[in-house]
Design a protein around this ligand. Structure first.
Ligand code: RIB
Ligand code: CA
Length: 314
């Protein structure tokens, strides 16, 4: 069976790093490239982090620097309280040799989609600026996208404000562009990612494997869990971004409900809210497939198997 082709647009980020790890060696996925966006930290830092992950895991995947600020919002939000000053505090890497490609991340997305047979899934695990800018610059790519799978939003509680989740609130206008594009959209929100808390016993389980991926997982989660405990009181950090990749590896890991979703780009208090019409109350045609539950055991098995791929000399 042909591998599913994906572009991963991300803002590494501890959990983005695990998403890269899981996608890059999956026998079911072909990771065509990584475009990086400002989010958890400035784009210079998130690019550096993506390059470090690829170099450390010996991944021959091109990395492209994308947008350094939201489409419209003046204020660039970062998440240093969760991901640290570097955006991926914790692991110590060898001097960085791998460099980003010359092409801009937005142009990479456009060129790759335009040159495809319409069989590419775009996964976003950071603010959606790069994908939205690509859609605005070149609307022809919209019909070429097989599916957008995003980590972002929530139909319940947010994590930056009660209303909004980080990836959306950082650039809600970008999310609006994507959610109104007509693409097939699968939204993996906090509603399910907060069910996969990376408890110490999970870290210990994943660390039992003797390979670079296991070691990186442990180093990343040690920092991530500490900051998540300090900020939110979680006993284990919610492993947000890899849920998108786990869904592509085994869609049965998620329970999906079709909903009409509208992004709040106008209000003050609720700016960045993904207003998901859970009860179909508006009568509006659903434009998104929203994850409403996750098979937690299956998810951790997928993560464990993803780490195992780095032992098999691949
Ligand atoms: O709200 C969680 C999301 O914001 C995750 O993707 C995390 O990496 C940050 O980007
Ligand atoms: Ca992220």
């Amino acid at each position: 069976m042909d591998k599913r082709k994906i572009i991963l647009d991300c803002d590494p980020g501890h959990d983005d790093a695990i998403a890269i790890m899981l996608a890059a060696k999956s026998g079911l996925l072909e990771l065509l490239g990584i475009s990086v966006v400002a989010g958890n930290q400035t784009v210079e830092k998130t690019v550096r982090n993506a390059l470090n992950v690829c170099q450390y895991l010996k991944l021959d995947v091109p990395v492209y620097q994308g947008c350094k600020q939201p489409m419209i919002r003046e204020k660039q939000m970062v998440a240093g309280d969760i991901h640290g000053e570097s955006g991926m505090d914790g692991p110590v890497f060898e001097p960085l040799v791998k460099t980003a490609e010359k092409k801009h991340g937005v142009q990479f997305i456009i060129d790759t989609l335009l040159g495809s047979e319409g069989d590419i899934t775009v996964v976003t695990t950071g603010p959606m600026t790069n994908l939205a800018m690509a859609m605005r610059l070149c609307p022809e790519i919209i019909s070429k996208i097989e599916e957008v799978v995003l980590m972002g939003g929530c139909y319940q509680l947010g994590n930056v404000t009660p209303a909004a989740e980080f990836n959306i609130i950082v650039d809600a206008d970008a999310a609006h562009v994507v959610f109104t594009s007509g693409c097939k959209i699968t939204m993996v929100g906090l509603d399910v990612t907060r069910k996969v808390l990376c408890y110490p016993e999970i870290v210990e389980r994943m660390g039992k494997q003797d390979n670079a991926a296991a070691r990186l997982f442990v180093d990343l989660m040690k920092f991530f869990n500490k900051s998540q405990k300090e900020v939110y009181g979680w006993e284990g950090g919610p492993l947000h971004d890899p849920v998108t990749i786990a869904y592509l590896i085994d869609p049965s890991v998620l329970t999906i409900k079709e909903m009409y979703t509208e992004i709040d780009i106008r209000s003050e208090q609720s700016y960045g809210r993904t207003n998901c019409d859970f009860f179909h109350y508006s009568g509006k045609e659903p434009n998104s497939r929203v994850a409403v539950d996750i098979d937690v055991e299956k998810f951790w098995d997928i993560i464990e198997d993803g780490i195992r791929q780095y032992s098999q000399g691949g």
